[in-house]
Design a protein around this ligand. Structure first.
Ligand code: TXA
Ligand code: MG
Length: 335
């Protein structure tokens, strides 16, 4: 029986933990690695957002992730690896997948490929699917932690299911204090948007989630247009219409905000209508800066207690595709 099968039946719902926060130095990384090997939950920085990690080989460890986040078990997790070779050993990579891995790993790209029968990633991480989502992060702390742990680490974004993704340790603690063992604090994450997810499952590669690597960069490597995920189809099981949801209602593509509404601006477009609650994703109109600021500003707007947020139009090219995707989900009606 595999570790996964042996452990999968242990219930871990409703566990209350003492959450420690440590600086991401040598001691912090050693503690994180030891906890991961012991089947515990560690939140850690990546180049995209903070992840909530557990040993991807273990059913009981990864069950803790689903419990801590309140995540439905049909929604699979991404397995993170210290090395490209480690990730290659888990799945079947066709020529496109190999080209994308060569171009963007380590970095903010997740590849969904057919799982190998000898893969060490357990069933629960894949939510029982025949495919597996693999990522080799570039963030030095994530890499050091993965190497020290010596195990693949399953990690969704370190937020409660459906809520705004965390780009600081404080965001993680706001959502998951008492629900994970350790937060490795390395300040704000540089990228700010989750990884781009591309499925290479035999046919032409498909974009399941826009993210930190732009469609344009991927198409340049593939030498052809990327099949998009049709809107309204549940392509990545986790891509629900409503996600990243702040407490306030979001109105998108606004050029004339209402009186008393909070404003989330881009490139100073709504500056003349500046309110007490006003944030600009990038006064200079840079999409990289806007991506890095997006979740932080949504967290700040959430804390402001405003009921309605007017969001300026954001360009749709480059990282704008992922920014608009996240905003559309944040604005979607909640169930
Ligand atoms: O940047 C990121 O990707 C962050 C950091 C922590 O690495 N992680 C992250 O994980 O965003 P999460 O769980 O929030 O989003 C993972 C997405 C989900 O929408 C899930 O449904 C999809 O990946 N996914 C995972 N395995 C899949 C599979 N086999 N087929 C299709 N989609 C999959
Ligand atoms: Mg997430």
């Amino acid at each position: 029986m595999s570790t996964c099968e042996a452990n999968i039946k242990q219930p871990v719902i409703g566990e209350e933990l003492r959450t420690t926060s440590m600086a991401a130095n040598e001691d912090g990384i050693a503690e994180a690695a030891a906890l991961l090997r012991a089947g515990r939950l560690v939140a850690f920085p990546t180049e995209t957002v903070y992840g909530l990690g557990a040993d991807a080989r273990s059913g009981s460890a990864t069950a803790r992730i689903y419990a801590a986040k309140g995540r439905p078990r049909f929604n699979p997790l991404i397995a993170h690896f210290a090395s490209v070779e480690g990730a290659f050993a888990q799945g079947v990579f066709d020529a496109d997948a190999r080209a994308l891995a060569a171009a963007f790993w380590p970095g903010p790209l997740t590849l969904v490929v057919p799982s190998r029968s000898e893969s060490s990633v357990c069933d629960l991480v894949r939510a029982g699917l025949p495919s597996v989502a693999l990522r080799v992060p570039s963030h030095p702390i994530a890499r050091a932690m993965l190497a020290a742990a010596g195990v693949p680490v399953a990690a969704p974004s370190a937020n409660r299911s459906g809520r705004i993704s965390p780009t600081t340790a404080a965001h993680v603690l706001g959502d998951l204090a008492g629900r994970c063992d350790l937060v490795l604090d390395d300040g704000p994450t540089p990228g700010g948007l989750e990884s781009t997810i591309v499925a290479c499952l035999g046919g032409p590669p498909r974009l399941l989630r826009p993210g930190g690597v732009t469609r344009e960069a991927i198409e340049l490597v593939l030498g052809r247009a990327l099949d998009g995920a049709e809107r309204d189809t549940l392509v990545a099981p986790g891509m629900m219409a409503s996600h990243y949801a702040p407490r306030a209602k979001l109105r998108l593509y606004v050029t004339d905000p209402d009186e008393g509404e909070a404003v989330l601006d881009f490139a100073g477009l709504l500056r003349s209508r500046r309110r007490t609650t006003y944030f600009d994703l990038s006064p200079a109109g840079l999409l990289e800066e806007a991506a890095a600021n997006l979740f932080g500003h949504l967290h700040r707007l959430d804390a402001s207690g405003k009921n309605s947020i007017a969001v300026a139009p954001i360009p749709t090219h480059g990282l704008g595709e992922a920014i608009n995707d996240r905003l559309a989900r944040a604005a979607a009606p909640r169930s």
